[in-house]
Design a protein around this ligand. Structure first.
Ligand code: SAM
Length: 284
């Protein structure tokens, strides 16, 4: 049976002798409205294949499997197997792979599970200690994700949706906004989880079908430039790039000016399009 309320989750854990592992970022959702909000954002239908990371006790997995064609979940904690076997028993279209998501070849995993015309959605209540590595593992892999719906720490959500000019705008904002249209859907209080985390959370959607038109000639080079530019926020763009990329300042200045950017500007003032122009020019 799916456990959604705090009482049901406690009972499920007790019956299986399972204790939430802090080291695995285990905070289980115990708020049906939040669960429902995530399912609505994923909008599963008969041609939707969901990739879920960290199914935990399977509450979200089961809710998604009700309406999706298939759910493929990756869970690092093998001791949750008896719980997931029980909770997912009525859902023959839900499958759990017990692996560390960061070590899985997602393309190889999904290839035999994805048919022509399927819509792939990534959904996760992410373990906060590895949020960004997991997010980028999925977004940077060449699996055709059309949408990602992820629960993250509220500060991480602030950075994901930040626009140029603010203190939250940085490498993460550009990393996700390069790959899709990013929206915060709703904030989630600690009371929605068991055990309660010490931080607020938020659910964010990345619509990869609405990717911005700008494309870097070389994505790795783009992110080298972005990381260098934000490496030292107090420095001007030309100083930060010269230090971060190990290039002579005069050469950096020429490239920045050629990209139509003020070398005295700060990284947080540059738009995604500015960074793409700059990185493309750097490679010439
Ligand atoms: N989805 C469940 C929910 O909403 O109640 C559990 C979410 S809990 C915040 C995060 C889950 O991710 C845990 O089940 C944890 O064991 C799992 N996890 C942590 N690190 C992982 C990794 N590297 N790969 C796969 N799963 C991981």
């Amino acid at each position: 049976m799916t456990a959604v309320s705090a009482r049901e989750v406690k009972e499920l854990l007790r019956r299986h002798g399972v204790i939430a592992k802090k080291g695995y970022g285990q905070n289980f959702l115990v708020d049906a409205r939040v669960l429902d909000g995530i399912v609505r954002a994923v909008a599963p239908d008969a041609r939707t294949v969901v990739l879920e990371v960290g199914p935990g006790l399977g509450a979200l997995t089961a809710a998604l499997a009700e309406r999706a064609k298939r759910v493929v979940a990756i869970e690092k904690d093998e001791s949750l197997r008896p719980v997931l076997d029980e909770v997912l028993a009525p859902h023959g279209n839900a499958e759990v792979v017990y692996e560390d998501c960061l070590k899985v070849d997602l393309r190889a995993l999904l290839a035999p599970r994805l048919d022509e015309g399927d819509r792939l959605v990534f959904a996760a209540n992410l373990p906060y200690y590895v949020t960004t590595p997991i997010l980028f593992q999925v977004l940077e892999s060449d699996v055709p994700v059309s949408r990602a719906v992820v629960m993250v720490q509220r500060e991480v959500a602030d950075r994901m949706v930040a626009r140029p000019g603010g203190k939250d705008y940085g490498v993460l904002s550009i990393g996700v906004q390069y790959r899709g249209e990013v929206r915060r859907l709703f904030n989630v209080p600690p009371s929605a989880f068991l055990p309660q985390p010490g931080v607020e959370s938020a659910v964010v959607e990345i619509d990869c079908d609405k990717r911005p038109a700008v494309r870097a000639a070389d994505e790795a080079a783009l992110f080298r430039v972005v990381r260098a530019a934000f490496g030292t926020r107090r420095k001007t763009l030309e100083n930060a790039l010269a230090a971060g990329l190990g290039m002579p300042k005069e050469m950096v200045r020429q490239k920045v000016v050629a990209a139509g950017i003020d070398p005295g500007a700060r990284a947080e003032q540059l738009s995604l399009a500015d960074f793409v122009r700059l990185a493309d020019g750097m490679g010439k």
